[in-house]
Write a protein that binds this ligand. Structure first.
Ligand SMILES: [Zn+2]
Length: 231
């Protein structure tokens, strides 16, 4: 199926400059799963929905996830107009996006999130999706952005209320384990899988429980090899 047929136009109004524009959204019913990766990345046939995860106002550059798009007050709007609004060269992200346009949309969203001092869980979530884009493109920047993600998520676990970011503690602890494991830090990984497995809510998350046990064993094995190699 053509990429165009998997997408439709959604009407948006920018909460900063009131400009009206459209952005592509994926018809979720037409999605076919190809693979699920252990850090929650889902790969679909023919399309990568993450290309369209960030909404970008073509007129002022305001960029955010759909869920957070309207979540902005007057004061923040003024700050954004004075920072990114004056430097932004008008350009549209409303069509079918190339890899570079998708990458650019995430970078704008990160810039906006940092100016607005958004939660670490939110910023980490954007870094993780950008890392997945780099993984698909086989770019070495994947590792760089997995590292950023992990810094934000480990911090978020200690200091933030997670429900606001659409995350729960068990999934985030598991994910911190998985990101550490991918980055070759097996000892840290084992610690975080255990945090997930010892969490009082783990009983309500059966699939995470099974996954965390499996990955805990894998990390133990990899850690054993590391130690053998060092001797
Ligand atoms: Zn705007």
């Amino acid at each position: 199926m053509e990429v165009d047929n998997l997408l439709y136009d959604k009407d948006c109004t920018c909460p900063i400059c009131k400009n009206q524009f459209t952005t592509k959204k994926v018809r979720t019913r037409s999605l076919r799963i190809e693979n699920r990766e252990d850090d929650f990345n889902v790969i679909y046939k023919n399309i990568n929905p993450n290309y369209y995860y960030i909404w970008v106002c073509p007129k002022c550059g305001y960029s955010s996830t759909e869920k957070e798009f309207e979540n902005i007050n007057k004061n923040q709007a003024t700050i954004l107009q004075q920072s990114i609004g004056v430097k932004w060269n008008e350009r549209s992200f409303s069509g079918v996006r190339t890899f570079h346009e998708a990458e650019e949309s995430y970078k704008m969203a990160l810039l906006v999130a940092q100016i607005l001092k958004k939660s670490k869980a939110y910023i980490g979530g954007i870094c993780l999706r950008l890392a997945w884009l780099y993984r698909e493109a086989k770019s070495p920047r994947e590792e760089e952005f997995l590292n950023y993600t992990l810094n934000f998520f480990q911090n978020a676990y200690q200091t933030e209320r997670l429900d606001a970011a659409g995350l729960d503690e068990v999934s985030l602890a598991y994910l911190n384990g998985e990101l550490n494991r991918r980055l070759g830090r097996q000892r840290e990984a084992i610690k975080w899988y255990s945090v997930a497995l010892d969490h009082p809510d783990i009983k309500t998350k059966r699939h995470i429980q099974l996954k965390a046990r499996e990955q805990w064993r894998l990390a133990r094995e990899q850690y054993g090899h590391e130690k053998d190699g060092a001797n």
